[in-house]
Structures are given as structure tokens and as C-alpha cells.
Design a protein around this ligand. Structure first.
Ligand code: PRX
Length: 658
């Protein structure tokens, strides 16, 4: 049915045999009543009060859901709360000041522990400093920091004073930072001098400086000194030293600003189907309720746990499940600066062992790497503290799933395969680990209260076992409220395709293809739009293509995702050059440079293939789908609409030669 990516029904995606949750887990699970699905159904939308009840409200909400102006839904309206107060202050009041909030594991084996009290002090001092710098409620503060404790501190300091943050992944380029700051009209930036990655020191400040040069607005910048002597830096006008500010405001406290439930908590830019990144708007009440609830119900987080989500806070996973969800529940959240293979491939297991981590949440791309490296690495350590394992970001096939279950979880930890998106804010599809059987390869059913449907192009549900478009037919608290760039784009991106406003039906289109089985379990098949998911990171083909066509000598380009055994998906670029540009080596180099400058190294293509022409329809549209078939060595789809069918064979021949 949906074969844009060659994921059609003719290519079965296998799921493994079912497994029951281990009894030792069920005994202690946060959620064990299988009636919860029916209860949420019968009592919808009030069922979501359960999520809101996990938070402390300064003023109780009056209405659970306002849907008059769909798809612009409003949750918990009338209520007021502050996210930083929920993540920090209330745990101090509950007598848990000395409990560890953040356990930071640095790149070079350096470590830091922040108790809830330490976090409270840091957030207050930095919030006071931000105010002094002129940050007011509703001003967007951009944060461009790697995985150092100052990142969550800056986020929560913003939340405390009601200033939405927009975190830009530290690995993105100066151009990407500038585009996001420009789109959000952001006049404040928090960054650092540099950071370590593997053995090297990277200069972050020079990227931030270059970004600022491109902006029309004046920007006040706070710089965290991460590298000290390793990378001395000088502060210019309107630049302030983070540690200096903390000293200046030492001991100051700032009252948390009560925010309306629907006030923006943060903006997160993500790739969409056009070259322009989308500014996804998340709110204070709905988002925080949903991340707290799913941390409780899906990840089974308890306050006394040591919980580790090995993602980067620069993306949504880290926002929801390193910072807001676990801290809202008052647990200990581990934050890791380094990579899984440095100094050795047992680094993660060493951290699990030393910290007695209870819950571990990572991405399939990492799990596939662990599998490749072999079981000796986890075997070197005592992983018996683990109680639950999670996966997020890409489909996980049964083999890596089983490997994770056996070699990391020792067959005793449930694995939750959680499907969600930047736009859903929090997990929407997963098994509930204390209730549901697991089916390796299938994420699971929609969570209680989440109405997931797999439909065909006209919005009709497809038969069980057939592939279709993954949609959500009812709103949920953590959902994106709009796009910062405008309500029209919001409707066009997510709602226009499957909704029937005349029937009052608003169905959210996720951009993913999926299959639903008789038992309601969803197997996610991949993206159906012009987005590629590389190692769990979303990249827009158009954004990469425009970086390529910006290179002198390039006539046209098409970028596709190719499935590869170990990396999930990698990027292949097909490029045709203008006459006279014969030095393909030089063009190739310039292409890679341009992509790194426009987006960052994460978007670097694995292969750049030069071809005299790209396959095109008679109306001149590049047929990316065919190139995808070629890249994936699949049987070619219909080529009859092509103006230049012979080129496909030529490209195939070139690939085989390589
Ligand atoms: O294609 C799906 C894939 O990641 C996309 C969302 O990417 P992003 O907004 O960056 O958020 C990533 C982390 C939540 C989805 O559209 N995806 C995410 N989780 C899964 C998944 N694909 C299959 N199985 C999953 N568990």
C-alpha cells in the first residue's frame, strides 16, 4: 500500500516470538492493572487527569481538554504551574534535598553529582542572571551546549522565569544555529567555549560567533567555560561568563513564575518535508504531564531509581526523558557526555555497573553497534542492577531486540520499544512493561488513551497485517500545539491529509508508515515523507539537497536513505554536474564541506554518486523513489513515467562496479 520507501507489503518485516513480562518485574511495576486501557477509553479525555495529578499545580485546571478550535487543542486550561518548580523545588519540600538529581559522567572520566538542593541553587542563580541580562517572560533563549550539566541547568533556569528555551544540538553548524535563532527571533544565547568529543577539543564558540554574524538582531551571549586551558577564549561585547554570573548572583533566589498550562515551555526545531526546519511548540501543562506519566507508566521510573537515558539533550528524547520526565518524578537521572566506545567499548556497561543503574534507555543504532562489538563487553560488568530496558528513535528488528534482552537484560528485564516523535512530545506507542506481552520488532499498541490508526491514502483503516499511514485519531496532552513559523504550516504538515473537518474528525498524520496486527500491535516501517532517519536523527532530504546544489558546478542533486545492516539508514547522494566540472573529487569534497557547514557532520552522505542525469518524470520531477529502490537493491518500481528510463540502468551499473 505505502511503498514510497519501498516498504511495501511485499517485504514482510518480521516480528519475533512473544515474551511475557518477567514476574519479578511485574511484582514491583508502577502500572499493573490491565483494565487501564478500558478505563482510559471509557473515561476519555478525563483519564488524562492521572497524568496531570503527577504534577504540582499553583492553580488547578478547570477543563481537561478544550477542542472547540481543533486541531488547536488546549489541555488543562485554567491551570497554572511552573516546570522548574515541579522538577526541583517540590522535591526539596518533600524532604529529598540531598537526593541525587543529576549524576554527570564526563568525557574524561570526570564526574559530578548534583543533589536536588545543588540543582535548585544553580537554577536560581542562573535564572537571576538571565533576568539581569534582560530575559523576560516569553523571550526565546537559545541554548547551544553539549552534554554538560549547564545544559539542563540553563533549560530549567529558563523554565523558572517563563522564558521558552530553544535547544540546538551542539553538533549542528553555525548556519543551522543562525537559521533557528533567526526563525525564533531569539536575542539570547547560552553556549560554551568548546567541548571534548573522543580525544579532541572542539571549538563551539567560533561556531556561535559565526552564527551571530549572520543575524540581524543583537544577541547577548553567555559562555560556559568547559575547556579552560585547553582552549582559551576571550569574551567580546555582550558576552558574559557563565561562572562569573553564577558568582555574581551567588545565593540569589527567583520565585518560579506561574505559567498557564498552555504557555510555551520550549521550542524544538526538527526536520520537516521542506528545507526549512519546523519550530515545534510544546506547552507547560500538557507536555510535562505527559512526560511525567510516561516516565512513570512506560519507563517505570521511581524516585529511588538511578535512571539513564543515553541520548543527547539536544534532541527531544533528552528533553523529555533525561530532563523533564525523570526530574518531575524526583529520580536520579544520569547524563553522559561521551561516546559508547571511548575509551573502550564497554564504557556504557562500566557506567551502569558503577552507578547500579536501574533503567537504561537507548536507540537501536547503539544496540546494533553493541551487537556488532559482541557480548564480551557487557559480560565484563555486573549489570544485575538493571530492571527495565528501553529503545527509541528507529525501528528495532528482532535480532538486536533479542540481543539487548539477553545480553544486557539477562532475560530478566522487559524491553519497551517506544514510538514517538518530536511532535508527540512523549511516548505514544509502547507496551506497558508491567502488563503487556512484548513482541520483538513491534513497538506495541497505542498507550492507554492514544487512539492509533493505520490507514490508507483516503483515511480508511487498512486490514490487519497491511501497511499504511500511521495516524492518531484523538488528541493527547504532550502533542505539538502549533509550529512557531505559523498555524498554516502546522495544519498542512500534520492535519490536512487525514482529517475530515466536516465530520469533526481531526487525525494527526505522523509521516510514518506502519502495520497493525490483529492484536493491535504496531510495527513501524519508516518514514513516508521526505525525511530520512539516520541513527535516530531526522534529516530533511531537501535541506541536504539544497546544501549540495549550493556547490559551484552542481547542476542537480537527489538524496535518499539506504538501509544498511549496522547503521540502520545511511545517506546516498546522487549528483549531476554542470558541463566543464570534471574534477569529481573536488566537487565531492565541496559537497561534504557544504553539508557540514549548512547542517553539521551528522548529515554527511556515506556515498556521493555522480551521474550525467537524474531520473525524471515527463514533467521534470526527480523520481527519488526509484533512486531509493536502486540504493536499496530493490526491485524497481514503475519506470514507465520516466522521461529518461535508461539512466536508472546506468546508475545501477555504476553502483555495482563500486
Ligand atoms: O520514524 C519514526 C522514528 O523517529 C521519528 C521521530 O523522530 P524524532 O522526532 O527525531 O524523535 C525521535 C525520538 C522520539 C518517527 O517518526 N521512530 C521513533 N521511535 C521509533 C521510531 N521508529 C520505529 N520505532 C520506534 N520505536
Amino acid at each position: 500500500m505505502v511503498d514510497r520507501n519501498g516498504w511495501g507489503g511485499d517485504r514482510p518485516v518480521l516480528t519475533g516470538s512473544r515474551r511475557s513480562p518477567p514476574p519479578s518485574f511485574v511484582e514491583q511495576a508502577n502500572v499493573t492493572d490491565s483494565g487501564i486501557y478500558d478505563e482510559f477509553d471509557a473515561n476519555w479525555p478525563d483519564c488524562w487527569e492521572r497524568a496531570a495529578d503527577l504534577l504540582s499545580w499553583n492553580r488547578p485546571y478547570e477543563t481537561v481538554l478544550e477542542d472547540e478550535n481543533a486541531p488547536f487543542y488546549r489541555w488543562f486550561t485554567g491551570g497554572q504551574l511552573n516546570a522548574a518548580e515541579n522538577c526541583v523545588d517540590r522535591h526539596l519540600e518533600a524532604g529529598r534535598k540531598t537526593h541525587t538529581a543529576i549524576r554527570w559522567e564526563g568525557k574524561h572520566g570526570d564526574r559530578k553529582t548534583y543533589t536536588y538542593r545543588d540543582l535548585y541553587v544553580a537554577i536560581n542563580e542562573f535564572a537571576a542572571a538571565l533576568r539581569e541580562l534582560g530575559v523576560e517572560e516569553d523571550d526565546v533563549v537559545t541554548i547551544y551546549l553539549p552534554m554538560i550539566p549547564e545544559l539542563p541547568i540553563a533549560m530549567l533556569a529558563c523554565a523558572r522565569i517563563g522564558a521558552p528555551h530553544s535547544v540546538v544540538f551542539a553538533g549542528l553548524s553555525a548556519d543551522a544555529l543562525a537559521t533557528r535563532m533567526d526563525a525564533a527571533d531569539s536575542e539570547f544565547l547560552v553556549t560554551c567555549d568548546g567541548y571534548y568529543r573522543r580525544g579532541d577539543a572542539f571549538n563551539q564558540k567560533s561556531k556561535a560567533d559565526n552564527a551571530r554574524l549572520k543575524l540581524a538582531q543583537d544577541v547577548r551571549t553567555v559562555v560556559v567555560d568547559r575547556l579552560g586551558e585547553d582552549l582559551p577564549h576571550v569574551l567580546g561585547d555582550e558576552e558574559f561568563d557563565y561562572h562569573g554570573l553564577r558568582e555574581e548572583f551567588a545565593g540569589e533566589t527567583v520565585e518560579p513564575v506561574p505559567r498557564d498550562a498552555e504557555d510555551m515551555l520550549f521550542l524544538m526545531y526538527t526536520s520537516g518535508t521542506t528545507g526549512e526546519p519546523k519550530g515545534v511548540v510544546h506547552t507547560t501543562g500538557g507536555y510535562l504531564s505527559h512526560v511525567a506519566w510516561t516516565s512513570h507508566a512506560v519507563l517505570d521510573v521511581k524516585p529511588e531509581d538511578t535512571y539513564w537515558c543515553a541520548a543527547d539533550i539536544g534532541w527531544i528524547t533528552g528533553h523529555s526523558y533525561i530532563v523533564y520526565g525523570p526530574l518531575a518524578l524526583g529520580t536520579t537521572t544520569v547524563m553522559y557526555e561521551g561516546t559508547p566506545d571511548y575509551p573502550d567499548r564497554d564504557r556504557l556497561w562500566e557506567i551502569v555497573d558503577r552507578n547500579a543503574v536501574d533503567i537504561f534507555y537507548t536507540a537501536p543504532t547503539a544496540i546494533r553497534a553493541f551487537m556488532k562489538w559482541g557480548e564480551d563487553y557487557p559480560d565484563r560488568h555486573d549489570l544485575s542492577s538493571l530492571r527495565l530496558l528501553g529503545s527509541v528513535g528507529e525501528p528495532i528488528s528482532p535480532r538486536p531486540w533479542n540481543w539487548y534482552y539477553e545480553h544486557v537484560g539477562n532475560g530478566e528485564c522487559p524491553v519497551v520499544d517506544t514510538w514517538w516523535q518530536t511532535e508527540t512530545g512523549a511516548v505514544t506507542i509502547s507496551t506497558l512493561p508491567g502488563i503487556d506481552e512484548m513482541k520483538p520488532g513491534a513497538a506495541g499498541p497505542g498507550l492507554p488513551g492514544i487512539d492509533v490508526r493505520v490507514v490508507d491514502e483516503s483515511g480508511e483503516p487498512v486490514e490487519p497485517g497491511e501497511s499504511g499511514y500511521l495516524t492518531i485519531a484523538r488528541p493527547w496532552p504532550g502533542m505539538v500545539r502549533t509550529l512557531y513559523d505559523g498555524d498554516d504550516r502546522f495544519r498542512a504538515e500534520y492535519w490536512d491529509q487525514f482529517s475530515a473537518p466536516d465530520r469533526g474528525e481531526w487525525w494527526y498524520g505522523s509521516g510514518d508508515a506502519a502495520r497493525i496486527d490483529e492484536d493491535g500491535y504496531i510495527t513501524v516501517l519508516g518514514r513516508v515523507d521526505d525525511v530520512i532517519n539516520v541513527s535516530g536523527r531526522r534529516l530533511s532530504t531537501m535541506e541536504i539537497e539544497s546544501a549540495i546544489t549550493g556547490v559551484e558546478g552542481v547542476a542537480e542533486a537527489a538524496v535518499v536513505g539506504r538501509s544498511s545492516g549496522t547503521n540502520g539508514t545511511d545517506i546516498q547522494a546522487y549528483v549531476s554536474t554542470e558541463g566543464g566540472y570534471d574534477d569529481q573529487g573536488a566537487v565531492h569534497e565541496a559537497i561534504v564541506d557544504n553539508i557540514e557547514a549548512a547542517i553539521g557532520p551528522i548529515a554527511r552522505p556515506t556515498d556521493v554518486l555522480f551521474t550525467p542525469e537524474l531520473p525524471k518524470t515527463r514533467s521534470g520531477k526527480i523520481m527519488r523513489r526509484l533512486l531509493e529502490d536502486v540504493a536499496n537493491d530493490e526491485e524497481l518500481g514503475d519506470t514507465s513515467a520516466l522521461r529518461n528510463p535508461e539512466i536508472v540502468g546506468e546508475i545501477q551499473a555504476e553502483i555495482r562496479e563500486e
